[in-house]
Write a protein that binds this ligand. Structure first.
Ligand SMILES: Nc1nc2c(ncn2[C@@H]2O[C@H](COP(=O)(O)OP(=O)(O)OP(=O)(O)O)[C@@H](O)[C@H]2O)c(=O)[nH]1
Ligand SMILES: [Mg+2]
Length: 473
């Protein structure tokens, strides 16, 4: 990986293809000489004497022998830019041949094409972002839904970095206390008692173990959330599935046992992107097809991030106990489970869940009840949307604070911090072990932490992070 900052680099920063506007981004020390004589600002004085970020309107001349082209140059003339060095963005009409001609002109003037992620790499090298934040830039670009975007924005704002930096700061202080004590070992002066030392290590250890656990669950949780519709036959699962997917993919009929196979469909609903899965109704059939259908269903239910248990409003009273029991069993092993009363529009709908009281049907720890929905009229869908958002925020909440790529990259280093702190804790518990040995372990923990934040980095780490970016970012 080329870490030199002396080249001036350029790339298209807007999406490829025709658009109202195209953006060409240039970063490096030679921007002004390169643009001299080619960019004609409307206000030449302002351009020549610029000290702060501003927009300069003007024209680009001699772009592939065309007439002058109107351009707005967004100018960050000093270190106070994204990359920490002079940076401009040329905002032009978004015509692909024109943008190509502008890029070629710049290459001819000695501006090198930027490599993938090179602008963000420069921001990192200039100390504008740490590695976690650099990954968050990619996380924002790649976010598939509202939750992923929130996680990426929180990481970009420095949430995780702040907590890890605070830990690093605490460990550095602890190390300084230990090393100060070593300097005065002959005088028997102690800067930190063993009891205090043990306490400080234990606090740090708990914190990192927690982070490690969160990052592991992030790795295990699939990139896409799965929401499974389950319930007794004829509950209206497939009708609800068709309505939410705005399709007619699932077969619907008044006969019990219509769905045999499971059906999966990507959905964006209630601001969440997820895979919606329709399953066979719950039945105890002994025949082969029924058994196979139940097997399919249980696989889907076990892997679900959220189960939406459908209970038909017109379910005969004789089957309600069975429905209650199956729902209770399902939610016991589900990551998250909510209940809805379906077919609320039917003339024979009884709303028995509400009438029978909340005690046996309380659906989650928040004590929220089950919305009455109709897949035919769409009634109750606002409540259902709120419920989905809330349940998924809880079940995915902590894991989703981590971006997938950060969790993958940092796992080994987090394990390294935990191991080093455990060794330090063990040594600190033995009186005969000297402080110098504990200091070695704390230094080891600090090294691993440094890798996570990018305070210490290798070409290999930078390659892994920045090669995932697209050009222009
Ligand atoms: N009026 C009304 N009828 C509904 C509604 N939802 C489902 N139905 C009807 O109820 C019957 C069963 O619906 P399905 O969606 O096939 O039920 P299911 O839960 O998928 O059934 P299985 O696949 O057998 O487990 C069909 O006749 C649907 O037309 C609803 O919201 N309102
Ligand atoms: Mg069905």
């Amino acid at each position: 990986m080329d870490l030199s900052l002396d080249d001036t680099i350029v790339a298209l920063a807007s999406a490829p293809g025709s658009a109202y506007r195209g953006i060409v981004r240039i970063s490096g020390p030679r921007i002004r000489p390169v643009l001299a004589g080619w960019f004609r600002p409307d206000d030449d004085d302002a351009w020549r004497t610029a000290r702060v970020a501003m927009v300069h309107s003007g024209q680009l001349i001699n772009v592939s022998e065309r007439a002058p082209i109107a351009v707005d140059v967004h100018d960050w003339p000093n270190r106070r830019s994204y990359t920490g060095q002079p940076l401009v963005e040329l905002h032009l009409p978004g015509s692909p041949p024109l943008l190509e001609a502008v890029l070629s002109s710049l290459h001819r003037r000695g501006v090198r094409p930027a490599r993938a992620g090179e602008f963000t790499l420069r921001a990192f090298l200039a100390g504008k972002l740490d590695l976690l934040q650099a990954e968050a830039v990619l996380g924002v670009i790649d976010a598939h839904d509202h939750h992923e975007l929130q996680a990426a924005l929180a990481q970009l704002a420095g949430g995780l970095s702040g907590r890890l930096s605070a830990l690093r700061h605490d460990l550095l202080e602890l190390l300084a206390d230990l090393e100060a004590g070593l300097d005065f070992i002959e005088e028997d002066i102690e800067f930190v008692s063993r009891c205090e030392l043990l306490g400080r290590i234990a606090t740090a250890l708990r914190f990192v173990e927690d982070l490690l656990q969160q990052s592991s669950s992030r790795m295990q949780s699939r990139t896409r959330i799965s929401v499974v519709l389950a319930g007794l036959p004829n509950a209206g699962k497939s009708t609800l599935f068709n309505r939410l997917t705005a399709s007619q993919s699932a077969l619907v009929s008044p006969h019990e046992g219509t769905t045999r196979d499971f059906l999966q469909f990507p959905v964006e609903w209630a601001g969440i992107a997820f895979d919606l899965i329709d399953t066979a109704g719950w039945e105890d059939g002994a025949e082969q097809i029924a058994r196979a259908a139940q097997l399919h269903r249980s696989e889907q239910v076990e892997g679900a991030d959220l189960i939406v248990w459908c209970s038909a409003a017109n379910l005969p009273a004789s089957r309600r106990e069975e429905d209650n029991l199956l729902f209770e069993q399902t939610r016991q092993y589900a990551r998250a489970c909510v209940r809805v009363q379906t077919q609320a529009d039917r003339p024979d709908a009884e709303m028995w869940l509400r009438e029978e009281g909340a005690s046996s049907i309380e659906i989650d720890s928040n004590g929220s009840d089950s919305p009455e929905v109709s897949a035919v009229t769409g009634a109750g869908f606002d409540r259902l949307a709120d419920m989905l958002r809330e349940s998924l925020a809880t079940s995915h909440g902590t894991a989703r604070q981590w971006l997938g790529m950060t969790a993958a990259r940092c796992r080994e280093s987090l394990e390294g911090v935990v191991e080093a702190l455990r060794r330090a804790e063990e040594s600190a518990g033995i009186e005969s072990v000297g402080d110098e040995l504990i200091a070695v372990d704390i230094r080891d923990a600090l090294d691993h932490l440094g890798h996570i934040l990018g305070v210490i980095y290798t070409d290999d780490i930078l390659d892994r992070v920045f090669s995932k970016f697209c050009i222009g970012k």
